[in-house]
Design a protein around this ligand. Structure first.
Ligand code: FES
Ligand code: FES
Length: 163
């Protein structure tokens, strides 16, 4: 339940990477700002702030969402997963991250957190997707320096590693 606080701030309760948080937020505050500036989860990158580039993609109740287009108040009572959650219990990389490295699927890395979170949601069905379908599924994640073939290869490799 959202509670109104003095100063027109709202109190929201959300779960981020399995940790519960109660925060007072401005009604217009994007979730991307809350993740980065309040919770210190700067792995969620912000590029366009208009829902175009996909750099800020997180999982919202398991589905990819653009954190710059989600208001923090809309996340009340929901489960958020950011790129930081990919770190394995021993501090190692997630198989998807290893596959990105193996296939050189990143250069500057700015788009990579969003690519990884979108790809994470695709993994359960990636092995059975055609190349065209897989390319279509990542077409909203813009990358201006790597190109998309290595990213598709990395997703396919990780999907194979995990099956
Ligand atoms: S910063 Fe959110 S889509 Fe570009
Ligand atoms: S790796 Fe540079 S924008 Fe994608």
């Amino acid at each position: 339940m959202i509670r109104v606080s003095p100063g027109n701030e709202l109190t929201v309760r959300l779960t981020v990477n399995e940790a519960g948080h109660t925060l007072r937020v401005d009604p217009r505050e994007p979730l991307s700002d809350v993740l980065r500036h309040r919770l210190g989860l700067t792995g969620t990158h912000v590029g366009c702030e208009q829902g175009v580039c996909g750099c800020c993609t997180i999982l919202f109740d398991g589905e990819p969402a653009r954190a710059c287009l989600v208001l923090a108040v809309q996340a009340d009572g929901h489960e958020i997963r950011t790129v930081e959650s990919l770190t394995q219990p021993d501090g190692g990389l997630h198989p998807l991250q290893e596959a990105f490295g193996r296939h050189h699927a990143l250069q500057c890395g700015f788009c990579t957190p969003g690519q990884l979170m979108n790809a994470l949601a695709l993994l359960p069905r990636a092995a059975s997707m055609s190349d065209d379908d897989l390319r279509g599924a990542i077409s909203g994640q813009l990358c201006r320096c790597t190109g998309y073939t290595p990213i598709v290869d990395a997703i396919r490799t990780a999907a194979g590693d995990l099956t």
